[in-house]
Design a protein around this ligand. Structure first.
Ligand code: ATP
Ligand code: MG
Length: 197
């Protein structure tokens, strides 16, 4: 009878073992997701945009929920670094015959984003807070998944927001869930300029 401890060792995940780098392959692009209830989803994505711009990649950000704060710190700085910045509500044309204004803006932002992905002019596109309009039924999850699957192969996409729909998680390569161990807001501290926006 084999030693139980040894059996457990055999069942350890592969990360415990050194892997042969020659087995790794390179991918022309990736789909990344940050989700969960903890802080850091958008900031992780902004950090990735820094890297993309650091490699001179044409890079874009589409914000699905326009922050109430006029011109956030990240927008000011990433625009300076050459990130093309779009927010739902400004710049897109939309006609709201039967949709309310926020919904129409989100739909227009999605149509714009789908065009951006398909055009293939960017190597990194951030769709910030896109989970919310999907979860509210404003944007079809299937349409987002199809746009990700059919994107030009050099276009990487970073999607953020709480409760990212499972089909998007399924199509992504890298998914991180931010866990709120603590948040200042829970202690009654309001969002801080320079840290939160
Ligand atoms: P950040 O933009 O700071 O990375 P986030 O993208 O993870 O945050 P969002 O859900 O987009 O989080 O929240 C936007 C705002 O809410 C930010 O000011 C953020 O600091 C704050 N926030 C994030 N997580 C929490 C939380 N668990 N409780 C309260 N406020 C939060
Ligand atoms: Mg966010």
């Amino acid at each position: 009878m084999s030693d139980a401890g040894q059996d457990r060792d055999h069942d350890e995940p592969r990360r415990e073992r050194p892997y042969d780098r020659r087995e790794l392959r390179s991918a022309p692009s990736l789909v990344l997701v940050s989700t969960g209830h903890g802080k850091g989803k958008s900031t992780a994505a902004f950090g990735t945009l820094l890297r993309s711009r650091g490699r001179d990649w044409p890079t874009a950000c589409v914000q699905f929920l326009k922050s109430g704060k006029w011109r956030t710190g990240e927008e000011a700085m990433l625009r300076q670094l050459g990130v093309e910045w779009f927010s739902a509500g400004d710049g897109f044309s939309w006609d709201s015959t039967d949709l309310d204004e926020s919904r129409a803006k989100a739909v227009a932002a999605w149509e714009f984003s789908a065009g951006l992905l398909a055009a293939g002019e960017h190597r990194m596109v951030l769709l910030d807070e896109i989970s919310y309009p999907m979860n509210w039924g404003w944007i079809e999850v299937d349409a987002v998944v199809a746009a990700l699957r059919e994107r030009p192969e050099h276009v990487s996409v970073f999607l953020t927001g709480r409760e990212m729909p499972q089909p998007v998680i399924d199509v992504a390569d890298t998914v991180t869930e931010m866990v709120a161990v603590k948040h200042a807001f829970q202690q009654g501290i309001r969002a801080r300029r320079g840290i939160d926006y």
